[in-house]
Design a protein around this ligand. Structure first.
Ligand code: SF4
Length: 193
């Protein structure tokens, strides 16, 4: 696995490509979700579940037509929100900011946004302006690289024990990582990670 570097910038790396889009899924976060898989990641985690999407040119270009489809799907009453996966969403902020800002413009906070990242919350807090901007659009961040030595397939929403499921607005208010609590089961404790 590679450590993130200062020159890992979406403006330099992203080709605005997406590996996949899946509407109405139940596994990428809480409730029914629309999942966008962006292309390109430099973390190179051993055992990565989606090695094909390491290339920034994998899949197809993100388009206005796809964005319209995503927003139409998100409009369904049963859909709780949007999930951003990869690849690395924070190395594709052009795509991710575009779709999340449109979601906020059309649905405000009635729909939530989850993202999976190889960056930790603490790394993102002091990262480039586009990464900080995307962090502020999120409700939930599953953070940190996948670590094969800490793999645990029984964990909800994450593959290894070092990864955390974080409540982003609460974490930003507190200035430190705050664990997310499921809406449907408010008493259930999440490991702090
Ligand atoms: S950060 Fe995610 S997509 Fe990137 S190499 Fe690691 S597991 Fe794969």
């Amino acid at each position: 696995m590679r450590e993130p570097q200062p020159d890992w910038l979406s403006a330099r790396l992203s080709q605005d490509h997406v590996a996949d889009y899946k509407p109405f899924v139940f596994v990428d976060g809480e409730g029914v979700r629309c999942s966008l898989y962006v292309s390109g990641c430099l973390f190179a985690c051993k055992g990565c579940f989606n090695e094909a999407a390491w290339s920034f040119r994998y899949g197809q270009p993100y388009s206005a037509g796809l964005e319209d489809q995503i927003l139409a799907d998100l409009g369904h009453e049963s859909v709780q929100g949007l999930s951003l996966l990869g690849g690395e969403p924070f190395l594709n902020t052009s795509v991710c900011l575009r779709v999340t800002r449109r979601l906020r413009a059309e649905h405000g906070r009635r729909k939530d946004v989850w993202a999976w990242s190889g960056y930790t919350f603490e790394q993102l807090l002091t990262a480039s302006a586009d990464k900080v901007a995307l962090l502020h659009e999120l409700d939930v961040l599953v953070d940190g690289p996948f670590t094969l030595a800490e793999r645990d397939l029984t964990l909800p929403f994450r593959g290894s024990r070092n990864q955390r499921v974080l409540d982003v607005p609460a974490s930003l208010r507190a200035g430190r990582a705050v664990a997310w609590r499921p809406r449907s089961r408010p008493g259930v404790e999440q490991p702090a990670g």
